[in-house]
Write a protein that binds this ligand. Structure first.
Ligand SMILES: Cc1cc2nc3c(=O)[nH]c(=O)nc-3n(C[C@H](O)[C@H](O)[C@H](O)COP(=O)(O)O)c2cc1C
Length: 208
């Protein structure tokens, strides 16, 4: 049986549930799936595929970027997929960044206020701006696929500086924008993207 790791970073907790759902979908292919916070991952060598997920927190979650850098060598042998949770994304119509396919939750992107001219916030929230640091962290390996989805924002859970950043730069209203249909549909394609040759037996999900 193939063994897959879904490892996640989170600040306020909502990415954990996303990681579990991604794990559930992969397990339907018959693979054994471990869903773990990044800090509990001992090593990657026991895995046939790895999925790393995390939210945008003024750039993709620092611990997730650090995890990719730390395991860069192992990831040359193990296929990697990545997911990104976000509350602000500028509509640019891109479906890939530097040759890596990126699937974007269609409910997330917002059209620029002025066509053909992006303001500072819109430039910051471009897909390429979010994804390139991830590609840099995995270089020379490229993830097989990247999913970008709407996340959840609750001001009550945040420190003052986080509220300030979100209000000024992200300008997203509080709420849960996780699109479970889009997340499940992306995750259902991962067994093929990660090239798992498993039979359609019942998979196991171990949640940490
Ligand atoms: C301090 C802070 C910075 C954030 N930065 C971004 C950002 O740069 N771009 C974006 O789209 N969303 C940003 N967000 C929104 C989060 O990515 C979103 O709320 C995510 O779902 C949080 O996941 P978590 O609950 O697992 O921490 C930010 C949120 C916070 C609190």
């Amino acid at each position: 049986m193939k063994r897959i790791l879904v490892a996640y970073a989170t600040m306020a907790g909502s990415t954990v549930e996303v990681a579990r759902v991604v794990g559930e979908e992969i397990a339907k292919s018959g693979a054994q799936v471990d869903v773990l916070p990044l800090g509990e991952v001992k090593g990657l060598d026991v895995y046939d595929g790895v999925v790393v997920g995390g939210p945008m927190i003024m750039g993709w979650h620092r611990a997730a970027l650090g995890f990719l850098k730390k395991h860069r060598e192992a990831l040359q042998r193990i296929p990697l997929a990545v997911f990104v949770m976000a509350m602000s994304l500028t509509q640019t119509g891109e479906t890939s960044v530097d040759g890596v396919p990126v699937e974007v939750d269609e409910k997330l992107p917002k059209s620029p206020e002025q066509e053909g001219r992006l303001n500072f916030r819109e430039r910051y929230a471009r897909l390429a701006n979010y994804v390139r640091p991830i590609l840099k962290a995995t270089r020379p390996v490229k993830p097989v696929d990247i999913g970008v989805f709407g996340g959840r924002l609750e001001y009550g859970r945040l420190k003052w500086w986080a509220v300030l950043f979100v209000m000024v730069i992200i300008q997203a209203p509080a709420g849960d924008r996780r699109n479970w249909t889009a997340i499940r549909s992306w995750a259902a394609g991962l067994p093929a993207a990660l090239q798992l040759e498993t039979s359609k037996a019942d998979g196991l999900t171990r949640v940490g």
